[in-house]
Write a protein that binds this ligand. Structure first.
Ligand code: B12
Ligand code: SF4
Length: 590
């Protein structure tokens, strides 16, 4: 290989930035420590490291990579302009994993860069989802292209090096569209984040996608239209390599971001490899995974997940009303399976986080209140998180409304699943937003915190740790008016970083206003902490054995006894179907 003499090497600066989005006050959502790492950043960084190692721009060009996640790092466009201009304009800013709600912020980051002639490329679910589903580009994509921003639809595996070469030669096209050609992940450079980036998240957790694609058809889902319905997976060898690389830098916690790990066709080989590493070599690591509600029906899946180190699962429960599930084409969710599934996860020591969607056509504030009460009493869920049903660009729901000309929220920044973006069949926007905000208080009520902590002790988890998790899921929406998945430690707000179009506050109004807001938030947090701690102490002091309906093993008589199966006509029909399936006459079982 020819060697470049010292001093003649050129530099190409690649900045990979995951933008955040604006809160309702127009300030960027940013923390001293964010809660969850950005896997898209890890994926792009892994690909970029491979391009740099292979010197894809020539032997005399060093690719210098900088990785920033705006949810925990201030984006200094002036520093980027200096770095790239300083190396003769050779560089690229990649705004990565840009979701719909992050698109306006991504364009605002790009604006000064484009004005300075810096090449910028935006990729991620908003661009890919729009190109996959809409007949023509929406106005915000047109506007971005008019600014000279390159849009990238599809996945970067096998394509990044060509993009870097085009940027190096200043020949980037306005649009790259690979939507009809999803790459294989087999042997692709795996996601990787350096320790200094991982440390900026509160749990020192890193992430990787073991596969992409999901076979189901949920109408609110963007994933199937962007990443496809066929399972594309990483090999067990690649997963082992990336886990070892992280253990070597002292990172032991992983988030496997597959939307549905249970439908990753290679799950067993991957779990077997991880089990080998844990059991034969004694390596210590823990995994958070996302799974569907039928995972317990896959032979060996939950048992092997537990042995592979999965100690937390996110489950797309979505709703307990079969009519709502049917409306959303989520026919794979059977409410009669929920209890068995949740209990199976607890048996292997995994905490259960469930996502619950509010705003299905049949929902009213009263039915939502009732359903939360049923969940608290009858389903062994630890943490419940609420989302407002949202027609996300890229979903079948969005396409349907768009083609029918139904009005939808025009500001992409509000598509964060915590705002109302289209009219509900019966609830006003205020009613839906009101019950969404109240839902957090209803679920995280003192009585239910006590119940979950009592269950926690029986299941053998650390009760204080659970208390802190419950508290954080409750405090972020209550005090910050943000979704817990967008939370973090110590909010940072900068006066000069307000959304364009909103007035810049004067020094005299900004600092007293925000200082007071911060103080009042910390004071309210201290009160919440005190209340939660008091409940924890009460539970810890009580030596009595504990059990409740949710913890009681599944029995055929549940179909008659539980409100879960009688709250709606559709729930009753689901119970009838289950009775017929198991052919056990309910009367003789009771
Ligand atoms: C992990 C995850 C998170 C994590 C981390 C975010 C992240 N991006 O890693 C957390 C928990 C923080 C999160 C939060 C949210 N998320 Co999220 N998340 C995901 C999930 C499950 C996986 C992301 C991932 O790793 N994908 C794999 C990567 C490699 O794919 P990718 O992002 O598409 O990137 C590829 C291409 O797009 C392309 N590409 C991307 N960027 C760039 C840039 C350049 C320059 C180039 C060349 C190429 C390129 O190349 C990449 C590699 O092939 C996705 C669903 C999914 N399957 O992707 C939802 C998803 C991205 N999230 C979504 C949403 C809505 C949210 C929240 C708003 C929800 C909420 N209220 O909590 C918040 C927003 C907060 C935030 N700060 O991100 C939506 C976005 C849909 C949309 N149209 O906007 C998705 C698609 C899920 C869904 N419900 O449909 N999320
Ligand atoms: S199960 Fe999850 S990933 Fe699969 S289609 Fe439904 S919402 Fe999308």
């Amino acid at each position: 290989m020819p060697l470049t003499p010292r001093g003649t090497e050129k530099s190409f600066h690649l900045f990979l930035i995951k933008p955040s989005h604006y809160d309702d006050d127009g300030y960027v959502i940013q923390w001293a420590r964010s809660s969850i790492p950005a896997n898209t950043l890890a994926a792009l960084n892994g690909l970029a490291l491979d391009c740099a190692a292979r010197r894809v721009l020539g032997d005399d060009v060093e690719i210098r990579i900088t990785v920033w996640d705006e949810t925990n790092t201030r984006i200094r466009t002036d520093a980027i302009i200096r770095a790239i201009s300083g190396s003769g304009g050779r560089g690229l800013v990649g705004l990565v994993g840009v979701q719909t709600n992050q698109f306006p912020r991504a364009v605002d980051i790009a604006r000064p860069l484009r004005a300075a002639g810096i090449p910028v490329c935006i990729g991620g679910f908003h661009v890919s989802g729009c190109l996959a589903m809409l007949p023509k580009l929406p106005p915000e994509l047109e506007e971005a292209m008019a600014l000279g921003i390159t849009l990238f639809a599809g996945e970067a595996e096998g394509r990044l090096e060509d993009l870097l070469r085009a940027a190096y030669r200043d020949e980037m096209r306005p649009l790259y569209n690979f939507m009809s050609d999803l790459p294989s992940l087999e042997g692709a450079p795996p996601p990787y984040l350096p320790l200094e980036v991982v440390r900026r998240t509160s749990g020192s957790r890193t992430s990787f996608d073991a596969g992409r694609g999901c076979p189901f058809l949920c109408s609110f889902c963007t994933i199937i239209n962007v990443q496809g319905r066929k399972s594309r997976t990483r090999s067990a060898d690649d997963v082992e390599r990336l886990v070892r690389a992280n253990l070597a830098q002292g990172v032991h916690n992983f988030f496997i971001t597959d939307d549905n790990l249970a439908r990753n066709e290679n799950w067993e080989a991957i779990f077997d490899r991880l089990i080998g590493m844990r059991e034969a070599e004694g390596l210590d690591f823990r995994i958070v995974a996302q799974v569907d509600t039928m995972a317990h029906r896959i032979r060996g899946f939950i048992e092997k997940a537990g042995r592979a180190g999965v100690n937390r699962v996110f489950i797309g429960l979505e709703n307990i009303n079969p009519d709502s599930l049917k409306d959303a084409r989520k026919g794979q969710n059977h409410i009669t399976e929920y209890r068995a599934m949740l209990q199976a996860w607890h048996r292997v020591g995994a905490l259960t986080y469930a996502g619950y969607i509010l705003g299905f056509p049949g929902d009213t504030p009263e039915t939502i209140e009732r359903d939360i009460r049923i969940i608290q009493q009858e389903l062994p869920i630890d943490l419940l998180e609420f989302f407002i049903l949202t027609p996300l660009p890229g979903s079948a729901d969005h396409k349907k409304l768009h083609l029918a000309g139904v009005p939808m929220e025009p500001d992409p920044n509000r598509y964060d699943l915590a705002h109302v973006t289209t009219r509900h069949a019966t609830m006003s926007n205020e009613d839906l937003l009101g019950i969404y905000r109240r839902a957090w208080d209803l679920y995280y009520s003192p009585a239910h915190i006590e119940r979950v902590l009592r269950r926690t002790r029986v299941w053998g988890y650390d009760a204080r740790n659970m208390m802190m998790k419950l508290l954080s899921f409750h405090a972020v929406p209550k005090l910050e008016e943000l979704h817990p998945l967008e939370g973090g430690l110590f909010r940072r707000i900068r006066r000069r970083e307000r959304r364009p179009g909103m007035p810049r506050e004067s020094w005299f109004s900004f600092y007293p206003r925000h200082g007071w807001k911060m103080l009042s938030k910390y004071a309210r947090f201290a009160v919440m902490y005190w209340r939660y701690s008091r409940i924890l102490r009460k539970v810890e002091r009580d030596p009595a054995a504990y059990t409740d309906v949710a913890m009681t093993p599944v029995n055929a008589s549940d179909l008659d006894a539980l409100e879960l199966y009688s709250a709606t006509q559709a729930a009753k029909s689901a119970a009838d179907k289950q009775r017929r399936r198991t052919a056990v006459p309910a009367a003789t079982e009771a």
